[in-house]
Design a protein. Structure first.
Length: 87
């Protein structure tokens, strides 16, 4: 089976029906695998083909990480392996 034939059988997910959990400027809290917590300002939200959303954001706190960028994936509910909404 060629790549073209394989892609014809893929049914695209309807991510347009699902509203993005975050918008540009929202703040989220992300935790690294080591346990460090970061407050992140969302810069871009992109839907993925799996129905999840790719988040790109700028680290706001801790202060020593302000020049860093965070990229992660969250579900339609806004939660992911390292992300939870801030109160």
């Amino acid at each position: 089976m060629s790549i073209l034939e394989a892609t014809e059988h893929i049914v695209p997910t309807r991510t347009a029906d699902v509203r993005a959990p975050y918008r540009r400027g929202d703040r989220i809290c992300a935790t690294s695998p080591e346990g460090t917590r970061f407050q992140v300002r969302v810069e871009a939200v992109t839907p993925t083909s799996s129905g999840e959303f790719a988040i790109m954001g700028a680290v706001v706190a801790p202060r020593k990480f302000r020049s860093h960028v965070l990229s992660t994936v969250v579900g339609a509910d806004g939660f992911g392996p390292a992300v939870r909404p801030t109160a």
